[in-house]
Write a protein that binds this ligand. Structure first.
Ligand code: COA
Length: 156
C-alpha cells in the first residue's frame, strides 16, 4: 500500500489544496494530510480548527485522512512509515522554496521522495493569505475555499 503525506499549515485549506489532495488520491492508496502547528507563522486559525476544516473538506474522499503534527516533517514520515511527500506548485517562487525544503529534509532523511503536482491555472493565484486578507476586510471567499470551510468560517 502506497501512502503519502501532504503537509502544510492549511490556514485555512483552500480549493487549491483540495485539488492537490484529489489528484494525489489517483496516485496513492492513502493520503495523510498533516496539518502543521507552524507556531512561527502565527496562524489565524487554531490547530484544532484547521484540522476540523480539513476533515470537513475531505468528507467524501475515502482514502484521505487528516492529522495534526508538530516538529519535523522527517520525524512524521518515520512515524507514519512512508518516504513519500506531496506538495503543490503554483509558480517559480514555490519551486525555489520547495527545492530548498526538499534539500533540507533529504539531508536528514536521504530516502525521502517528494512528488510535486503543478496546480491548475485557475488556482494559481489562490493562497491561504489571500483568504485571510479577504476575511479581515469582509471580502467574499466562496470561490476560494471548499463550501464546508466557508460554512465553518461563516458560522464562527
Ligand atoms: N493551492 C493554494 N495555495 C497553496 C497551494 C495550493 N496548491 N500550495 C501551497 N499553497 C499556499 C498556502 O496557501 C500557503 O499560503 P500562505 O503562505 O499565503 O498562507 C503557502 O502556499 C505555503 O503554505 P503550505 O503549503 O501550507 O506550506 P507551509 O510553508 O506553510 O508549510 C510545511 C510547510 C509545514 C510542510 C513545512 O514548514 C514543514 O515541514 N514544517 C515542519 C518543520 C520542518 O520539518 N521543516 C523542514 C526542515 S527545515
Amino acid at each position: 500500500m502506497k501512502k503519502v503525506i501532504y503537509p502544510g499549515t492549511f490556514d485555512p485549506i483552500t480549493n487549491g489544496h483540495l485539488d492537490i489532495i484529489q489528484r494525489a488520491t489517483a496516485i496513492f492508496d492513502r493520503v495523510v494530510i498533516a496539518v502543521a502547528e507552524s507556531k512561527e507563522k502565527k496562524p489565524m486559525f487554531s490547530l484544532s480548527k484547521r484540522v476540523d476544516m480539513v476533515s470537513k473538506a475531505i468528507w467524501n474522499l475515502d482514502s484521505v485522512e487528516v492529522r495534526p503534527f508538530s516538529g519535523l516533517l522527517v520525524h512524521l514520515l518515520q512515524e507514519e512509515k512512508t518516504k513519500f511527500v506531496i506538495r503543490g506548485l503554483r509558480n517559480g517562487v514555490d519551486f525555489e522554496y520547495e527545492k530548498n525544503m526538499e534539500y533540507s529534509n533529504r539531508s536528514l532523511y536521504p530516502d525521502i521522495e517528494t512528488i510535486y503536482l503543478n496546480c491548475r491555472a485557475e488556482n494559481s493565484f489562490i493562497s491561504s493569505s489571500v483568504v485571510r486578507t479577504l476575511l479581515k476586510y469582509g471580502g467574499d471567499i466562496s470561490h476560494l475555499v471548499p463550501d464546508e470551510v466557508e460554512k465553518i468560517i461563516r458560522d464562527a
